[in-house]
Design a protein around this ligand. Structure first.
Ligand code: C2E
Ligand code: CA
Ligand code: CA
Length: 357
């Protein structure tokens, strides 16, 4: 690392080797941290704030002048964003890196501040359109970044390990809400909770979730764990072990996004599965796209032969519903029936649905 003073209060740091772009940000965090406490002199206490701009060779410039100019632009962006922060020079790549860093930062304290909340989407029997279960879907209204969709933040939460803490929070919240739904005499067999692969790799996972249901007095049979096919097929040995352990203590298992993860059929029958969830990408093309109808029919047939239930996700219209019901799909879920709703909205919705005026 080289340090130079290039103007009155401007300094230049050169990092000659970088493992990846994020490393530059980590160095900035350390520099900012060094100045986070006031500096004491004999007579004064000096509070120093700094703003840092980052430009990276060769993407942000091939020569010294361009790199410096871009670092300068980034520094002004950092200044505008408030004191004691840093910014990467904003070409598209840097926008993505910065967004990731912002999300990582915003995770801190977000659970404690109640920024995460749950929405629930009903699962219907297609034969008689009764609600038999709910899927819990997390939402995040960040104090710093506003609303962020789960598709955007779940991967980052997985990469940083934050999903372990968040996953347990989601699990507990969903279980508590399930009791509230039952308290309103809503006739629900179970609640489905999405589980990330990262959680399944944690040794204590099953114990942790079992303690939660045990403490709340919920039977594990009322909980369906939604696990993606991609995880299962990527790590057959590990997933077999974990799924068997889940099953042993009584949890139900649903294979999410089924049809996208290249299942090996010989393994599929050995897994302790209760439900296959046909991925929305196939439901989208029903009933007109021949590939999608053939795949959907095969999944329904396969599930029947193996003794699993099938559910279709992402049903958006009557034609899809009709086709699926006529072709033996047991369950369905989608905007056509009901969008995900907050706990209170869903309680109202189900009451009205059951007793239409
Ligand atoms: P997923 O598990 O496949 O969830 C289904 C997604 O499709 C949900 O999006 C749901 O709101 C949406 N959806 C349901 N019906 C329809 C429909 O008819 N049309 C369309 N276009 N979309 C529909 P959401 O809530 O944004 O979640 C996206 C993904 O984020 C989920 O996909 C899941 O992978 C992840 N996710 C959401 N909540 C959680 C959670 O609590 N834990 C974990 N680990 N992942 C979660
Ligand atoms: Ca799901
Ligand atoms: Ca899905």
């Amino acid at each position: 690392m080289k340090l130079a003073r290039i103007g009155g209060d401007e300094f230049l740091v050169v990092l000659e080797t970088l493992d990846d772009e994020l490393h530059a940000g980590k160095v900035c965090e350390k520099i900012i941290e060094c100045f986070s406490k006031p500096i004491e002199t004999k007579e004064h206490q000096l509070n120093i704030s700094l703003s840092i701009g980052i430009s990276i060779f060769p993407d942000d410039g091939q020569d010294y002048a361009t790199l410096l100019k871009h670092a300068d632009i980034a520094m002004y962006q950092a200044k505008n964003a408030g004191k004691n922060t840093f910014r990467y020079y904003q070409d598209q790549l840097s926008v993505d890196v910065q967004k990731r860093l912002d999300v990582e930062q915003a995770f801190k304290g977000a659970i404690e501040n109640n920024e995460f909340y749950m929405m629930y989407q009903p699962k219907y029997t297609l034969a008689d359109k009764k609600i038999i279960g709910l899927e819990a879907l997390v939402r995040w209204e960040s104090k710093h970044l506003g609303f962020i969709a789960p598709d955007e933040f779940i991967t980052i939460a997985e990469d940083t390990g934050f999903i372990l803490e968040l996953g347990l929070y989601i699990f507990k919240q969903s279980c508590k809400d399930f009791l509230i739904f039952k308290g309103h005499s809503l006739d629900l067999k179970r609640i489905s909770i999405n589980i990330s692969a990262v959680q399944l790799y944690q040794e204590t996972f099953i114990n942790d979730i079992f303690s939660i249901v045990d403490e709340l007095g919920i039977k594990p049979q009322c909980i369906m764990l939604e696990i993606t096919e991609t995880y299962i097929m990527k790590n057959i040995e590990h997933s077999m072990k974990v799924l068997n352990e889940c099953k042993e203590v009584g949890f139900n298992i649903s294979i999410d996004d089924f049809g996208t993860g290249h299942s090996s059929l010989s393994y599929l029958k050995k897994f302790p599965i209760n439900e296959l969830k046909i991925d929305k990408s196939f439901i989208d093309g029903i009933p007109d796209d021949q590939n999608d109808t053939v795949i959907t029919q095969s999944i329904i047939g396969l599930a029947k032969n193996l003794g699993y239930e099938t559910i279709a996700e992402g049903i958006e219209n009557e034609k899809q519903e009709e086709y699926l019901a006529n072709n033996g799909c047991m369950l369905g879920q989608g905007f056509h029936f009901c969008r995900p709703k907050t706990k209170n909205d869903l309680i109202e919705f189900i009451k009205i649905d059951k007793n239409p005026s």
